[in-house]
Write a protein that binds this ligand. Sequence first.
Ligand SMILES: CC(C)(COP(=O)(O)OP(=O)(O)OC[C@H]1O[C@@H](n2cnc3c(N)ncnc32)[C@H](O)[C@@H]1OP(=O)(O)O)[C@@H](O)C(=O)NCCC(=O)NCCS
Length: 160
Amino acid sequence: MSYKIRKTEANDIAWVDSLTQTHWGSDFVLSQRQKVYPRELPGLVALDEDETRIGLLTYRVVNGTMEIVTLNASRQHQGIGTQLVVGAVAEAQTLNLGVVWVVTTNDNLDALRFWQRRGFRLVSLRPGAIGEARRLKPTIPIHGCYNIPIHDEIKLELTI
Ligand SMILES: CC(C)(COP(=O)(O)OP(=O)(O)OC[C@H]1O[C@@H](n2cnc3c(N)ncnc32)[C@H](O)[C@@H]1OP(=O)(O)O)[C@@H](O)C(=O)NCCC(=O)NCCS
């Protein structure tokens, strides 16, 4: 199935904020031990044929690389996440960025599979990072996907 992918616009901000709250437990996420607000970031939105928003990717440029900060597909296994990542990689190429990276957590086995299937490689592990992160963001749940206790951060990277 094919979806329209476009850059986020000013009129998406309330939706980005609401999606962040719903899926990430607050209006911010943590990156490199800092609060990052997806509503303030550039991003890509996936739209279905009715122009309904069905996916979001936000990113930021860090030291000449692209960090994918959030990625969500409202309907899974229909190619939405893949198309958003393809769009982000194209944007990184336009910006002359040679590396795209993302951080996920030890419980998120679906995401680990997803990123590796799209060419991303595991590059680092921060054991216990989520314990520290909970001090800044107490809403991070104790158990995550598949009821796995969330403890660690895993960084994956794609060289383009
Ligand atoms: C991770 C996530 C973004 C993936 O998005 P998605 O839209 O489900 O991903 P896709 O549909 O593009 O790809 C998933 C699988 O579905 C398959 N798929 C794609 N279109 C399909 C279709 N029409 N029919 C059946 N399967 C399909 C893909 O081939 C892929 O399998 P593969 O990895 O073996 O190639 C999504 O699961 C999500 O929102 N998760 C919650 C938030 C999250 O964890 N984000 C990542 C944080 S690091």
